[in-house]
Design a protein around this ligand. Sequence first.
Ligand SMILES: [Zn+2]
Length: 245
Amino acid sequence: MSSFKLHDSFEYAASDNQIISANAVQNGQPIWLEDLRHWLDRHETGSRLPPERRLAETLHVTRPALRKALALLEVEGRIIRQVGRGTFVATPPSTSYAGLSALTARTGPHDAMMARLALEPELAKLAALHATPLHISRLQSLASDIRLVSTWDEYEALDHALHDLIAESAGNVLLHELHKIMNAVRQVVVWRQLSPGIAGPPPDYHSFDEHDAIVAAIAARNRTAAKTAMRAHLNATLHAMTSDE
Ligand SMILES: [Zn+2]
C-alpha cells in the first residue's frame, strides 16, 4: 500500500505552515483544520489517513482536538471512519453540510445541550421500536466497554459511538443524519467538564449506570423507559455542565 507515501506527503504539507501556531484561528476554526482540508483535496477517494496519534503529532494538536475536527469532516462528507480499519478520504457529496462550520461559530454550549434534549430522547424511543438484535448486542458491548476506559479521551470516543449507534438504531436515515450534524457541532462547542486531578472517569461515574438504563430499556423494547432514561442522562450531563462546583 501507499500509506507510507501518504504520511510523507502529509508531513510535507504540514511543514509549509510550521510557523503558524496550532492555536491560530481563522473564521472561528483552527488554521490546522484548513491544512487538513487541503491535504484531503489532494488525495484520491479511498486513501487512508495516517493514524490518529501520528496525525495529531504532525499537526501539533491534541488528540481530543483532532477527534473533534475529524467528527466535523465526517459530517461534511469529507472522510469516512470505519471502526478497526481507519479513516479514509471520501468523495465530497453533492449535498454537503456547507453551513456546518458557520453553525459551530453560532452555537453556544447550552444551545447544543438543548438540541440534544430535543432530539435524543425521541431517538432512544424509536430505537426501542426499531433496533435489531445486532444493534442491541453492540449497544450492550459499548455500555460495558465504556466502564473500562482509563482516560477522558477514551470515554468521549466511546460515548460518541454509543449515542451515534442509538441514533442509527432508531432506523430513520434523516433523523440519524440530523443527529450526526448535532453531535459534530456539540463536540466542537461543548467542552468536557474535567474533574481537576482526575485523569479519567471514576468507577462510579454517573453516566455508566445511565447508559446501562438506556440500553436495557431499548433491549426490553420499552419505549417510554428508553426516552425517560435518555432524558435523565442528558439532564445529568447538563447539570454537571452548569453546576457551580
Ligand atoms: Zn452518554
